[in-house]
Design a protein around this ligand. Structure first.
Ligand SMILES: Nc1nc2c(ncn2[C@@H]2O[C@H](COP(=O)(O)OP(=O)(O)OP(=O)(O)O)[C@@H](O)[C@H]2O)c(=O)[nH]1
Ligand SMILES: [Mg+2]
Length: 442
């Protein structure tokens, strides 16, 4: 996600990291590149100006004071400013005499209908709400049917009515939701062009009837500057309470999210992360800011690592590691399973600082999570004796194992090699060599 900004900023800031001292000129150089990166990523000019000013003001003074690792310090300052600019986590407002009504609006194809379905599932699963989905899109032939299918998929109630009059449908949907005492009524509307005055007027009229608790603008996260104008136009006509940025699973440049939030002041509530009904994420400014900077979602990484370390397997592995015994193939498998739990190699790469740019350069087949599954298959094809004592693995046995799991001897050799490396690492860890190395890296 957001690889574009990541790569650009990665470049701009790598010129700073590693230098001993941060001068005003350094800050200015970094900021100039930062500015170009953000511009190219379609971040609106006022947002860029604000960010630059904040960072310059904080960076120069602060760096002179500490000076220890200037690069990281600037990154941290930019990151903090970005988090502020993206705004705090805001919950979806649902406090109302039931039903709470969520109005979905936005441009054609922005993802309103899909997001309506996702929201229904999210409200049901995480908020334990009963939800009704009602379509007011009488213009596109399959639109009503599309929402009905999503209702079925998510177990939400589906509003149906013979009338093709938008206002009639709006009133009837309200009445029906009240009658069935559903907690939340989600109202999906027809997609519109910002300049379409007739449709905008209709939206205003609909608002009068349904009196929405929340008005969400659903916008394609991959669009650039245009998104800001759209958000402004909508916000003028129908005060918005939240933004949902869709298609953030693609190669979104991310500028849209930042700009829309900055210009309208409307909080970002959710990110759409795919076409499936489950692909909705509550917005977290730290996550987005971290990824924009290519510094990785350090917070999430720490959380994931902690969760894995806390797991029983983790504890047992560590115990064994410290006991001085060598690790066998079963230990290697446990490690792989832990890695898989943490989102696999691709997940890890996304989260690790500075890896955003690197990911493009790595052959995707080598970091594919499927690789882990294959490696585990190799270990599963070994006999108990072989797993315990990998030195038994001669050529003949390796051929048998390869046949057993439908892979090649080359694949088996790779796992054996990994096992050797793991034991080398643990030896280094016990002797404290690794800690020294890590210290140097820091
Ligand atoms: N990859 C990806 N695709 C999405 C996401 N959200 C929606 N889409 C896709 O975008 C297309 C349009 O989505 P819709 O939900 O129909 O958009 P809409 O705003 O209701 O469109 P109209 O009703 O025509 O205005 C569909 O093919 C969706 O599957 C997302 O978060 N990620
Ligand atoms: Mg639609």
């Amino acid at each position: 996600m957001l690889e574009f900004i990541q790569e650009k900023l990665g470049k701009a800031l790598s010129s700073l990291t590693g230098k001993g001292l941060l001068t005003e000129a350094d800050v200015d150089t970094a900021l100039r590149e930062l500015r170009v990166s953000l511009l190219e990523a379609d971040v609106a000019l006022p947002a860029i100006k604000h960010l630059m000013a904040t960072v310059r003001e904080r960076a120069v003074g602060e760096a002179v004071l500490r000076g220890a690792n200037p690069g990281q310090q600037v990154v941290k300052i930019v990151y903090d400013a970005l988090v502020e600019l993206l705004g705090a986590e805001t919950p979806l407002e649902l406090k109302a005499a039931p039903p709470a009504v969520i109005l979905m609006c936005g441009l054609q194809g922005g993802g309103k209908t899909t997001t309506s379905g996702k929201l229904a599932k999210w409200l049901k699963d995480t908020q334990k709400k009963t939800v009704m989905l009602a379509s007011l899109d009488v213009y596109r032939p399959a639109a009503i049917e599309q929402l009905a299918i999503l209702a079925e998929k998510t177990g939400a109630l589906s509003f149906s009515h013979d009338s093709m009059d938008v206002m009639v449908r709006a009133k009837a949907a309200m009445a029906e939701a009240k009658k069935l005492s559903v907690d939340v009524l989600i109202v999906d509307t027809a997609g519109r062009l910002a300049i379409d005055e007739a449709l905008m007027a209709e939206l205003v009229a609909v608002r009068e009837v349904i009196k929405p608790t929340a008005s969400l603008l659903v916008a394609d996260g991959q669009t650039g500057q245009v998104a800001v104008d759209v958000a402004k136009a909508f916000h003028d006509k129908t005060p918005l309470t939240g933004l949902v940025l869709t298609r953030m699973d693609g190669d979104a440049r991310g500028g849209a999210a930042l700009s829309m939030r900055f210009i309208t002041g409307v909080p970002i509530l959710f990110l759409g992360m795919g076409e499936q009904v489950g692909a909705l994420e509550a917005f977290r400014p730290e996550g987005l800011a971290g990824r924009i900077l290519g510094q990785g979602d350090v917070v999430a990484l720490v959380g994931k690592l902690q969760a894995a370390a806390a797991s029983e397997d983790g504890a047992r592995l560590e115990e064994k590691l410290m006991s001085g015994k060598s690790m066998d193939m079963t230990d290697l498998k446990k490690q792989m399973l832990m890695m898989k739990k943490m989102g696999g190699m691709t997940g890890m790469l996304d989260l690790l600082p500075g890896m955003g740019a690197l990911k493009n350069k790595i052959d995707p087949s080598k970091v594919d999570d499927k690789v882990i599954v294959r490696q585990i298959a190799v270990i599963d094809s070994m006999t108990a004796a072989e797993r315990k004592n990998p030195s038994l693995l001669n050529a003949k046995r390796r051929i048998r194992i390869a046949k057993g799991c439908g892979l090649t001897v080359h694949d088996v050799n790779k796992v054996v090699k990994m096992h050797e490396q793991m034991n080398q690492m643990t030896k280094m860890m016990r002797s404290g060599q690794l800690q020294k190395m890590m210290g140097k890296m820091k």
